[in-house]
Design a binder for this molecule. Structure first.
Ligand code: G3P
Length: 266
């Protein structure tokens, strides 16, 4: 399974990349806003170019902010033209369904944009996927990556069920009793169902588990067969953390006798 970092924060990205574990980066407008908090004189173009250079050899998703077919296509082309030459690693993120609450008759705009841009050789990551059907249609339209938002599914199911939670709280992949969102019992269940459908029909698009909030959910995304998981910096750190590792470190360093330590001094 490939691991991406879900961040637009250059420091986090550089630090995580230096460990050699990363296969790509996902960004979105909210992550860019967060990365720019408190900064003045923002040079956005340079910031994104630096991210792309750090990620050289791996893939970086940049998201459109428009939501009509024409404008998404125009913006997707511009983003690709402006940034892909830096390290030849740009994917354009297009929402599965760019219509807003209460809007009708624009459900196909995302799919049409995916079809047009993919047809021009621009690789697409279809984002904001909440059903296996959306993933299937996005892949059929030409998306190379589909991104189910696992954590937000768990948020939705827990909110509907009046379960209080913090953003990083684990929610069981198996769901609870009859809690579900249209037959999806958890965010990981959504990932699993998409993986199963893609396998059954030999669909080549990669399944990228997004909106992952904790280490256990990341593990479950791997078990569900996700091709890629994208993780916030803190979740990547959490993946490496166990209290018995720390306890073991303490006892091994406490036990090291001088004669052994001296062997490698000088
Ligand atoms: O990968 C998508 C992600 O950035 C959304 O995460 O935690 O805001 O649902 P979250």
């Amino acid at each position: 399974m490939k691991i991406f970092i879900d961040s637009a924060n250059l420091e986090e990205i550089e630090k995580a990349y230096s460990s050699g574990i990363l296969d790509g980066i996902t960004t979105n407008p909210s992550l860019i806003k967060k990365a720019m908090e408190g900064k003045s004189n923002i040079d956005m173009e340079n910031h994104i170019k630096r991210i792309l250079q750090v990620a050289k050899g791996t893939r970086v998703s940049l998201e459109v902010t428009e939501f009509t077919y024409d404008k998404m296509v125009e913006q997707g082309r511009k983003l690709f033209k402006m940034f892909n030459p830096v390290a030849k690693n740009v994917y354009i993120k297009i929402p599965a369904n760019p219509s807003f609450e209460g809007e009708k008759n624009r459900e196909f705009e995302g799919l049409r944009a995916i079809k047009t841009l993919s047809g021009e050789g621009i690789p697409i990551n279809c984002t904001l996927i909440f059903t296996p059907e959306q993933a299937l249609l996005a892949a059929k339209a030409g998306a190379k990556i589909v991104s189910p938002f696992a954590g937000r599914v768990d948020d939705y199911i827990r909110t509907l069920s009046n379960i209080s939670f913090n953003k990083s709280d684990y929610f069981t992949a198996e769901g609870r009793d009859s809690l579900n969102d249209n037959g999806i019992v958890s965010g990981i269940d959504l990932v699993r169902q998409i993986v199963d459908i893609f396998k059954r029909y030999n669909i080549k698009a990669e399944v990228l588990a997004a909106s992952i909030r904790n280490a256990r959910q990341a593990r479950e995304a791997a078990l569900a067969g996700a091709d890629i998981v994208t993780l916030p910096f803190d979740v990547i750190k959490e993946l490496m953390s166990h209290y018995k590792t720390k306890e073991g470190m303490k006892s091994f360093t406490d036990d090291a006798i001088p004669e052994y330590i001296e062997l490698t001094k000088n």
